[in-house]
Ligand binder design. Sequence first.
Ligand code: SF4
Length: 473
Amino acid sequence: MEVESGAFVEKARAALDDATLQHALKHIKHGFVEARANAAARLPDFEAMRDRARDVKAHTIAHLADYLEQFEANVTARGGKVHWARDAREARAIIHGICRAAGARTVTKSKSMVTEEIELNPYLEEHSIEPIETDLGEYIIQLRGEKPSHIIAPVIHLSKDQVADTFHEHHGRHGFHTRLTERSGMVREARSILRQRFVKADVGITGANFLVAETGSAVVVTNEGNADLTASLPDTHIVVTGIEKLVPTLDDCHLMLRLLPRSATGQDITAYVSFFTGPKRTDDLSGPSSFHVVLLDNGRSDMMGTEFEEMLRCIRCGACLNHCPVYSNIGGHAYGSVYPGPMGAVLTPSLAGIDKAGHLPNASSFCGRCEAVCPVRIPLPKLMRHWREREFERHLSPSGTRWGLRAWSMIAASPRLYRSMQWTASRFLRLIASNGWIRRLPLAGAGWTGERDMHAPAGNSFQHQWRKRGGRR
Ligand code: SF4
């Protein structure tokens, strides 16, 4: 998995200075945050459903081997084939093998973060197979040669004008020479191009939002219907997904399907919910004659039994991104990972290693909004803190941070030292304050006041006042 988080700080600064991006990111607040709050308010047992979903996913992960076997047996019984991929290299090779056997020159794809994780598109292109993204957002970023910036809204970083420019630049070769600026016209144009590609594709690749162990089904939700065309029109359908997407039963799946769209976009249900179970039956009029499921591990089983196991409950709804004050100000590209925001801050180091993703668990104010909205109640701040501890233990954090933390632990362990340092610091801060505000802190504090002013301490500390009262209320 490609991770470029080393330049996080520089990219985050550039994102804050990018007026177009800042304008585009405003949609997160109005499009997602309010919509989720309204959807949750409309459903009286929303909080109880979150508890149940947490329990279902925790139970599934605790018995994952059994459910994976059950899933494979049911896929096989319905004429499909399950392939096991230990890592991205194996997954790519399996998919390439299936495409080669199908004589594929072009494959259509519906949105799949796992295929981004394994960097499938460049691999297919290297092997003379053309991947065609059919989700509108993914299609746009494929034309632009970019990566998605959000796990459910890949082009949240783009303005309508930028999309209009992209279509104008690339659609001429399909006979569309007018630069359209009206949303419905642009969508119509893209749709007419994609329809031709759907019909001609040799293989269709989808992800899966859920896998149902008791039926061997792969479940995909979309608002565009592109996954259905991707899965049904070509003669071969490949589902590529992570092993953690399993749920035991259809009832469990229905619970997740009630939570996922509400948490993601505020919809009660997505426009399309598709259950793909095996290849075409003899009495089916259409559908693929071969059905494959590629189950990717790629570091997921290493998370089991560790403090990061809870992250395997994630259903990729994106709510933690939408509610994160860091993500909603800098967007997804600054993170340098296919999984950005709070969920990425935990998942990326789990899959790629903390040495490659060290900045990410630190990109949090620990305000707790991500945990407060997560439909499966993943304690994201706690897990980010675990990664910070690992960083510290492995001497990966900057020396200034390490010395600062050492000094802090020494001070915090001695009440007498803590009191005297607090007294000194508060006197000093009041001395450099003007009209109750501190404009610039010296030394390591300069970073804090570089972006904002700080209140001067208001008065004596709680402990001082407590002592003065003789320990009485
Ligand atoms: S961590 Fe929770 S809120 Fe974030 S994407 Fe996963 S399920 Fe959604």
